[in-house]
Design a binder for this molecule. Structure first.
Ligand SMILES: C[S@@+](CC[C@H](N)C(=O)[O-])C[C@H]1O[C@@H](n2cnc3c(N)ncnc32)[C@H](O)[C@@H]1O
Length: 217
């Protein structure tokens, strides 16, 4: 199923009235598209701007990102960090470390971002401390696991954001027509819906962002 949550014209209009992509993010976007067949995974201008704006509003001291890819969303989120803040980002594919690292350094964020390489499920527990903001954007089949692994690391009042929760519109299809990943996303969405410890907002930006605010332990 192909969804165009916003028509192309509306998308262009939205981007026109959103602060332009910085030259650095535009270069990262371009290089990712030139070098990677899976460049569609990159957040891109509008979603990157949403993440950056949320981060500025929250002004987090500690951010955890699960799924670095080429570093686009990490850079967007890190721009909103508190002065002494730090972002940890986890990526399983070590081939992505250099391109993400190059742009993180060019963005002047080298000292503010730690890149971890390996399976997120193994790494999350090794990073100490709490996270005011967590961005889940890796393998869909593990979203529920990641939610459980990070929940106790988020203080009351903190945020968990999960990407791709509309899964290209597949979420509204009957289960027998959904892909395995989509069923995992639906199960994650149900889990969040049933969680009385949180306030939730499914924001239909790009492929859908689930924004969760923790209300109770
Ligand atoms: C959608 S991309 C992330 C995009 C990035 N957050 C952005 O907005 O530009 C998902 C990334 O998660 C990584 N990934 C997949 N499974 C993983 C795992 N088990 N642990 C850590 N990273 C994983 C993939 O290699 C891929 O680079």
């Amino acid at each position: 199923m192909t969804t165009s949550l916003l028509s192309q014209q509306i998308e262009q209009y939205t981007e026109t009235y959103t602060t332009a992509e910085s030259p650095l993010l535009a270069a990262l976007n371009r290089e990712t598209h030139l070098k990677r067949g899976d460049a569609v995974m990159l957040s891109g201008h509008l979603q990157g701007a949403v993440l950056q704006m949320i981060s500025h509003m929250v002004s987090p001291r500690h951010i955890l990102e699960i799924g670095t890819f080429t570093g686009y969303s990490a850079i967007c989120l890190a721009h909103g960090l508190a002065t002494d803040g730090h972002l940890h980002t986890i990526e399983i594919d070590e081939e992505l470390q250099d391109i993400a690292g190059k742009y993180i350094t060019e963005a002047g964020l080298r000292s503010k971002i730690t890149q971890h390489i390996g399976p997120a499920a193994d790494i999350i527990g090794t990073i100490s401390g709490q996270f005011d903001l967590v961005f889940i954007d890796a393998d869909k089949s593990n979203y529920e696991l990641y939610y459980d692994l990070v929940f106790n690391k988020v203080p009351v009042g903190g945020f968990i954001i999960a990407d791709n929760v509309l899964y290209d519109g597949e979420v509204v299809l009957p289960p027998e027509q959904q892909s395995k990943n989509c069923r995992a996303i639906c199960s994650f969405n149900e889990k969040v819906k049933a969680d009385t410890r949180v306030q939730r907002l499914l924001l239909p930006v790009r492929d859908g962002l689930m924004i969760v605010r923790k209300l109770a332990e």
